[in-house]
Ligand binder design. Structure first.
Ligand SMILES: CC(C)(COP(=O)(O)OP(=O)(O)OC[C@H]1O[C@@H](n2cnc3c(N)ncnc32)[C@H](O)[C@@H]1OP(=O)(O)O)[C@@H](O)C(=O)NCCC(=O)NCCS
Length: 174
């Protein structure tokens, strides 16, 4: 299949996530709200990701989904702050610049949301991109998310203080 989304299974997939962030330019990181100074070292980060992968779902800090294009991983989404049966926060990253702006991110993202809802019986999925980061905000709108509010926060451990837009997807009742 041209486009597929599957849960992470291998060390190499996590290494790909670490490379994506650690090898990114400062400008790229800034654009998506991340601060290089806050990134863990590559080795430590990979160790933490692999440790989390081994935990049962209910104890996991995050769950990762691979974005596969013609069988090759070209991005990922991750799900954090998971409250099974309730809600979680999703993230989206198309690693390959040449593949951006062709509709793929939206397609991968929609599938990641569906898999997340199914796996954790979620009623709601939240996403909070940096308000000035146009691409994810547009993807969310196209994927059927509803804009909730804009506010200032430090969204996570690798982020600086910024305005984010909160979006929500209300999963169908099960
Ligand atoms: C966010 C991301 C996954 C979107 O994937 P993508 O394949 O580029 O998105 P799509 O091609 O599906 O585009 C969806 C919409 O966003 C718009 N869009 C995409 N990139 C854009 C950009 N840089 N500026 C403005 N609009 C943009 C597209 O035009 C399209 O809208 P349209 O149909 O009205 O024209 C990808 O751009 C990415 O990984 N960016 C870097 C990481 C990042 O910022 N992640 C978000 C962290 S919160």
């Amino acid at each position: 299949m041209e486009v597929d989304v599957c849960p992470f299974t291998s060390r190499e997939q996590y290494a790909g996530v670490v490379r994506y962030f650690v090898q990114a330019s400062d400008a790229f990181l800034y654009g998506m709200g991340a601060d290089r100074a806050k990134l863990p070292s590559a080795d430590e980060w990979l160790r933490l990701l692999l440790e989390d992968h081994e935990k049962p779902d209910e104890q996991k800090e995050r769950v990762y989904f691979a974005w596969l294009y013609h069988g090759t991983q070209v991005g990922h989404s991750s799900l954090g702050n998971i409250r099974a049966g309730e809600d979680a926060f999703i993230h989206l990253h198309l690693w390959v610049p040449a593949l951006r702006r062709a509709g793929l991110g939206t397609e991968f993202f929609k599938r990641s949301v569906a898999l997340s809802i199914e796996r954790f019986a979620l009623k709601r999925v939240f996403c909070e991109p940096r308000a000035e980061n146009l691409a994810p905000n547009r993807v969310l709108e196209k994927a059927g998310f509803t804009f909730v509010r804009r506010y200032r926060t430090v969204p996570g451990a690798i982020n600086y203080e910024q305005d984010v837009n909160r979006w929500v997807y209300e999963g169908r009742p099960r």
